[in-house]
Design a binder for this molecule. Structure first.
Ligand SMILES: [Zn+2]
Length: 313
């Protein structure tokens, strides 16, 4: 019998599983060199197009097996997944509303077709906020736990699939498709973008966010960049150039590029600050306790997560 008080460990890929080299997902080149090897994450950079990725690596089934319940709630230090994603609902919804505000300057849910597909929808908070604003939402995620949660709590249309599987989604039927912190996790990002191009109607919008490996914070902090902490789950590291090329080749024109932040609790913000500046960690914790700041919400933008919006030609 399992002990209910035992710590919930985060999901890990067994170090013994077979790992194979993969060609560059963007340009198919096999020419690569180690990238930031001192972080120990097995990253390489394509010598042809500059894409940074993990190679060799386990096959897609091993990667997808990470996203069970413990991905969304575990007692580890955030090496893989979240400490408690659902408990952070209020901040996550605030971040999604900020993104919807900005997206609505490019496309709005007016008349006729209001179909939105959220790829990698997690437990459905974005879908739920978008539906309140008039979008007819559907979501897809490889996490069976997440899809069951959505169906049980919200009743939104949600599918336990990858969009590269045989799906019920109709080509040319969507106006907006979103990928929040998803493209860096999937084994075939270019396949995802091409499939999204097929699912969107002409003039439809794809919007995504992903860590930017060439951002100033990533370059300044080197091997200590927080983005590298999550390498079991992150198998691609994009930047503005590689993302733009991928979108252009799939038939999109990029219409908006910026670095976007998130609403987080003060506790998480101070933890992250302490991660980069260890000698500040204890004074920050004292400050947090003294002023009871832990659960306060604050918008933080470290300018290392790129936001991109693109329109299907
Ligand atoms: Zn390449």
């Amino acid at each position: 019998m399992t002990n209910p008080n035992a710590p919930l460990t985060s999901p890990r890929i067994d170090t013994q599983v077979e790992r194979n080299h993969v060609p560059c997902n963007l340009c198919q080149s096999e020419n690569r060199q180690p990238y930031c090897p001192e972080n120990g994450r097995g990253l390489v950079q394509c010598l042809n197009c500059g894409l940074v990725y993990v190679s060799p690596r386990p096959d897609p089934n091993e990667l997808y097996a990470l996203y069970g319940e413990t991905y969304f709630k575990n007692d580890d230090d955030g090496t893989v997944g979240y400490h408690d994603y659902i408990a952070d609902e209020r901040n996550i919804r605030k971040s999604f509303n900020r993104r919807l505000d900005r997206l609505h300057s490019f496309i709005q849910p007016v008349g006729g077709n209001n179909k939105l597909l959220d790829v990698g929808c997690a437990v459905g908070f974005f879908m739920d906020e978008a539906s309140k604003r008039g979008w007819q939402v559907a979501g897809v995620d490889v996490s069976g736990f997440a899809i069951d949660y959505i169906k049980g709590r919200f009743g939104h249309d949600a599918y336990n699939l990858s969009i590269l599987d045989e799906t019920p989604f109709i080509e040319g039927s969507y106006r907006l498709i979103t990928l929040w912190d998803v493209i860096e996790h999937v084994p075939d990002p270019k396949g995802h973008i091409e499939q999204i191009a097929r699912l969107l109607q002409p003039g439809g919008i794809v919007a995504l966010m992903t860590p930017d490996v060439q951002s100033l914070p990533a370059r300044l902090t080197g091997k200590r960049w927080i983005g590298y902490k999550l390498s079991d789950e992150h198998v691609y590291y994009f930047d503005v150039k590689t993302l733009t090329r991928m979108l252009n080749e799939a038939g999109f024109d990029v219409v908006d590029v910026r670095h976007e932040g998130k609403f987080v609790t003060m506790r998480l913000f101070l933890d992250r600050l302490g991660f980069y500046v260890p000698w500040l960690a204890r004074p920050l914790q004292a400050l947090e306790r003294t002023f009871k700041l832990s659960e306060q919400s604050t918008y933080v933008n470290p300018f290392d997560i790129v936001w991109m919006v693109a329109r299907k030609r």
